[in-house]
Design a binder for this molecule. Structure first.
Ligand code: SAH
Length: 213
């Protein structure tokens, strides 16, 4: 699809496998999604580099490894319903769709919502459903979700997302009391219990909205 397939293979071989990404569904999806289409054409030569990239609205598309890590941490199986908060460029949503998931994604900024919708339609990611709004409120009409992924950094996990997470279910989110420096947190809901783990430091743009900054 539009070239760059060699760049994608090198990205997988040099950035994902050596750092321990092992979920075959994630690896296959990252090898297929044409990441360059999700950034400005001027950035295409950098699209598969080991770095986050600027998108519109002062936002960023995460480094490939972080996209893969979050996709692996949710331990998803095809057919599961996943809610993503922070559609941004739509790249993470496309990766989740390539993993065979039923993707629901919410974006706060109209400009990004509109361009992601157009691009995902053009690339034929039909299973992705998008909504413009405050994702810290979740998407109650479509809940519960077996998996939830927040791709912006907030102080803590928004309460509505906890409620909309299925049991059993897994949520992943960058959380912390300082902006631009978070712990990647996983939260498993199992038999009514919540099990929380930290998976290392990350740096994400702000999660805004009612339960955000
Ligand atoms: N997942 C995206 C990158 C996310 S950048 C990708 O693959 O490109 C973080 C995004 O979260 C930004 O687009 C920002 O506008 C959005 N965001 C921040 N707070 C939000 C909220 N409360 N609800 C929905 N989206 C939010």
């Amino acid at each position: 699809m539009g070239g760059y397939s060699t760049s994608r293979r090198i990205m997988v071989l040099e950035q994902l496998l050596p750092r321990g990404i092992s979920d075959s569904g994630v690896i296959a999806a990252m090898g297929r999604v044409p990441r360059h289409f999700f950034v400005d054409e001027a950035l295409w030569p950098l699209a598969y580099s080991d770095t986050p990239l600027m998108i519109a609205g002062g936002q960023t598309i995460s480094q490939p490894y972080i996209v893969a890590l979050m996709s692996e941490l949710i331990r998803a199986r095809p057919g599961m319903r996943v809610l993503e908060i922070g559609t941004g460029s739509g790249y993470q949503a496309a990766v989740l769709a390539e993993m065979g998931l039923e993707v629901y994604s919410v974006e706060f900024l109209r400009e990004l919502h509109i361009s992601a919708a157009a691009l995902l339609r053009k690339l034929d990611y039909q299973r992705v459903r998008l909504k413009l709004g405050d994702g810290t409120l979740g998407w109650p009409e479509q809940a519960p979700f077996e998996r939830i992924m927040v791709t912006a950094g907030g102080r803590d996990i928004p309460e509505p997302l906890l409620e909309q997470l299925a049991d059993p279910g897994i949520l992943v989110m960058p959380a912390g009391s300082r902006k631009r420096l978070q712990q990647l947190v996983t939260l498993r809901k199992e038999n009514g219990r919540l099990i929380r783990e930290n998976k290392g430091s990350v740096s994400f743009v702000d999660l805004v909205g009612r339960h955000g900054w």
